[in-house]
Design a protein around this ligand. Structure first.
Ligand code: SF4
Length: 410
């Protein structure tokens, strides 16, 4: 019998579109409507998860044997790392934090730069609903992927006749998506910090002492400043390209200060956009469980926060990890090539709904998908938590349950 299910939330990316319609026969998804190709791929994954079996070194084993081996690896490890939260639910992230706590591991949510900036200067942000209803100037800074996403653009279409909206895209030459923007502003990526400070100076009426602006053409800097002054509700979307480099947290801090200053006269907010393969929210879960939102180490029996020290990429690049526990549908997202290369040299446990083609974990524990097989929740990239539905049966456990089984067996 065919079932039509409406308003399903897709967890295929950070956009978390919650208006998906699909048809099932009670066992499998027959058709997905109103979604993008990435969303289609995420829903199609549900057709293959039931065929996955637990593995040790690529060989099929029983679930009990795989859990026992995972427990052995954890007991032998001196410096375990828990990471890889892309496309995971809040329950999975909560179970992962508990496992890291129990095993004295380091845990990295991947949100280090954003968290450091937030802790220094705070954050003025808003929901997508507010952007849709009120924003008359939207600036995509290093967020070309987001602007190219048709589902994102649809979600911001306003029906208010009072809003005449302008869209500006800023970033490195070659990364600018002119098709959907009213204006493209080219910026040298290594001078973005200076561009923000020059913009702050211009808005405050501070003379640049006759000096030419750096990192941006003077006419474009002036045009941007005047648009900021003329608009009533401004939103910056800062994407992965903006958050690159060692000083990413300083750029985010500077942008937050700029947003605060603009707010003295008009509404202005900034929304940080994760990479398209990441899921936002693990930083919230880690913060409410430990008090810290990123890169925590439990080796001393209590949470220690050190943003540079316990970053997953850094720990792996410097070979300071002897076991990696990964979760989610895209667990290697955000790791550098060197980190992935070193990850392949250490023991690893993967609990997730997919086996990666070029990564063979020591222990693979298959799971169903939260949002298709299990109910749960996830965070959209504007920080809004959304419920996920479970509407198909599966023979697999959820990721959260697998992590809890390991915890209970330790
Ligand atoms: S944009 Fe993202 S959340 Fe929306 S349908 Fe596509 S993959 Fe799913």
């Amino acid at each position: 019998m065919k079932n039509l299910i409406e308003d399903v939330t897709c967890a295929g990316c950070y956009c978390a579109c919650d208006d998906i319609r699909l048809e099932t026969d009670g066992q499998q998804i027959q058709e997905v409507q109103t979604t993008c190709s990435q969303g289609q791929a995420w829903f199609e994954r549900a057709a293959t998860t039931d065929q996955l079996v637990p593995q040790i070194q690529g060989q099929p084993v029983s679930q009990t044997t795989a859990i026992e081996r995972a427990v052995e690896l954890i007991q032998q490890a001196q410096a375990p790392l828990v990471t890889g939260f892309s496309q995971t639910s809040t329950d999975t992230q909560r179970a992962a934090v508990a496992l890291a706590d129990q095993t004295g591991a380091s845990i990295d949510t991947g949100a280090t730069a954003v968290t450091r900036a937030l802790q220094q200067v705070g954050e003025a942000t808003c929901t997508l609903g507010e952007v849709r209803s009120r924003a008359d100037l939207i600036i995509y800074w290093g967020a070309a992927d987001l602007l190219s996403n048709a589902r994102h653009r649809q979600s911001l279409v306003t029906t208010s006749p009072e809003i005449t909206r302008k869209t500006v895209v800023m970033g490195e030459a070659g990364s600018l998506v002119s098709d959907f923007a009213d204006e493209c502003i080219q910026i040298e990526p290594e001078r973005e910090l200076e561009v923000i400070w020059q913009l702050r100076a211009l808005l405050k009426g501070v003379d640049l002492a006759g000096k030419e602006p750096v990192g941006i053409a003077e006419a474009e800097l002036q045009s941007l400043a005047s648009q900021l002054k003329q608009s009533k509700y401004i939103v910056f979307f800062t994407g992965p390209a903006f958050k690159q480099g060692l000083l990413a947290h300083r750029k985010l801090e500077a942008l937050s200060l700029l947003v605060k200053e603009i707010q003295s006269e008009r509404r202005c907010h900034a929304i940080t956009v994760p990479n398209s393969s990441e899921t936002k929210g693990a930083e919230h879960v880690l913060a409410w469980q430990t008090g810290y939102a990123a890169t925590v180490n439990f080796a001393s029996g209590f949470p220690r926060y050190s943003p540079g020290e316990y970053q997953a990429t850094r720990l792996l690049e410097q070979s300071q990890v002897d076991l990696c526990i990964l979760t989610g549908g895209n667990p290697l997202a955000g790791l550098s090539d060197k980190a992935i290369k070193n990850l392949k040299q250490v023991a690893s446990i993967l609990a997730g709904p997919v086996l990666l083609p070029d990564f063979q974990p020591d222990v693979f524990l298959p799971t169903g998908i939260t949002g298709i097989h299990f109910p749960g929740s996830m965070y959209r990239y504007d920080g809004t938590p959304l419920p996920l539905r479970g509407f198909l049966p599966t023979v697999q456990n959820s990721e959260a349950d697998v992590l809890k089984q390991i915890s209970q067996s330790l």
